[in-house]
Design a protein around this ligand. Structure first.
Ligand code: CTP
Length: 398
């Protein structure tokens, strides 16, 4: 998600500095190049050695060391974004008034890249009029401010002032600095997760789908500006994003109804759910008690959601299906393009290591109606989502 992006992370003296370790780790893992500059006070909260090791770059602290004097100007030119997280009350005040008594502040004052801050302080400090005024001042300079969260604070009290969680900060960076809004104004319907077909009040027929791939696609779509309607089968994933509306369903039939009522208003539909193909003919209202001998369950076909949307598809609407195969993958995937009237089929093979259900990685091939076929390497699901959405955008504007 951050491939090739250059992030300059400024860390100031605050208990929340420990979260900077997670920030550096996630940024590097997601392909960013990270350099860290700390205030002298920050050293008391988090070890420069840890940050240097994780960022694979020396950590810069001293304003007057021979090597760093020229660095402060170059750092702000090198970076795509300077992120100051956590931002203490003291550094905020110095930023607001142009003080320059450490390397972080010198770098901030000379930065030509955008600057974004994640404040962290106790609630009373947060609500102090001087803090408010200082925040208004730095916002007026064009600095982006990531809102604090409400929760447990270093003082032991609960209230406003907690630094935003690393994941929230990363999403903020992506949304505000890195993502092309190439799906702005587009509505997308996505299905994700398994379905559960009840047998009796305590049992169901299900599958191993976690919903991770579909949710990753929703996040990518939202980051690129789309309004997303997610029809989500039973899954433990908690999705909270202002551009993703979640419709929770349990059965294939509920998923069918939700999709059919939403499809007409959408530009793109992506069916990534692992929908049960069969459900029990009879649903027992009481728990089925065991008996000697065997038990036969009679099953009926569920309605094929992808196929039904393919039949209703209007010019300008784009329909994407998934296929999970164990043999003759290519042939089956191409067959599904035709039989479902889809524009694209994303194939994952259970024969590929680290692909399919439950994993955090996936390996896919994409088959397009125009005959194009692309096979990708195994990647984290969020990056797979990026590749899939790239192909969709390409097809949308072809
Ligand atoms: N799908 C659906 N409704 C169903 C079943 C599947 O919309 N009742 C969608 C899935 O979300 C996926 C695609 O159809 O996008 C998978 O195609 P499908 O032919 O159903 O695959 P399989 O279930 O593997 O079926 P088959 O046994 O024919 O391979």
């Amino acid at each position: 998600m951050f491939e090739g992006k250059k992030i300059l992370l400024g860390i100031t003296g605050s208990i929340a500095a420990y979260k900077a370790i997670l920030l550096v780790r996630s940024l590097v893992k997601q392909g960013a190049e990270v350099k860290v500059v700390m205030t002298p006070a920050a050293k008391d909260f988090v070890s420069p050695l840890t940050l240097a090791t994780l960022s694979k770059n020396p950590v810069l602290i001293d304003l007057f060391s021979e090597q760093t004097w020229s660095n402060h100007v170059m750092l702000g030119r090198w970076a795509d974004v300077m992120l100051i997280a956590p931002l203490s009350c003291n550094t905020l005040s110095k930023m607001a008034h142009g003080n320059c008594d450490n390397l972080l502040l010198a770098t901030y004052l000379s930065a030509t890249c955008p600057v974004c801050v994640a404040p962290a302080m106790d609630e009373d400090m947060w609500h102090h009029p001087s803090t408010k005024r200082n925040l208004e001042l730095i916002a007026g300079f064009g600095n982006a401010i990531i809102p604090v969260e409400n929760g447990e604070l270093a003082s032991g009290l609960t209230g406003d002032g907690r630094m935003a969680e690393p994941e929230t900060i990363l999403t903020y960076l992506q949304e505000h600095f890195f993502f092309k809004q190439d799906l702005l104004g587009k509505k997308v319907l996505v299905t994700a997760g398994p379905t559960h077909e009840p047998i009796d009040p305590v049992r169901f027929i299900g599958n191993h789908s976690s919903g991770k791939m579909g949710v990753a696609i929703c996040k990518e779509l939202a980051l690129r500006g789309a309004e997303v309607e997610l029809v989500l089968g039973p899954s433990n994933i908690n999705v909270t994003h202002e551009k993703i509306r979640v419709h929770k369903v349990k059965t294939a039939s509920e998923m069918y109804d939700a999709c059919n009522s939403l499809f007409a208003g959408t530009d793109i539909a992506i069916m990534s759910a692992a929908v049960a193909d069969y459900s029990p003919v009879n649903l027992s209202s009481e728990k089925i008690k065991k008996t000697d001998g065997t038990l036969a369950l009679e099953l009926k076909r569920t309605k094929d959601i992808l196929k039904s949307l393919g039949l209703q598809k209007q010019p300008g609407q784009l329909l994407v299906g998934f296929a999970l195969e164990t043999s003759n993958e290519r042939e089956y995937a191409i067959g599904k393009l035709e039989s479902k009237n889809a524009d694209m089929i994303v194939l994952n093979s259970l024969n590929d290591e680290g692909a399919g259900f439950g994993h955090d990685t996936n390996k896919v091939s994409i088959f397009e109606r125009n005959g194009k076929e692309i096979t990708y390497e195994r990647k984290p699901k969020q990056q797979v989502a990026h590749d899939i959405v790239d192909r969709i955008v390409n097809m949308l504007y072809a």
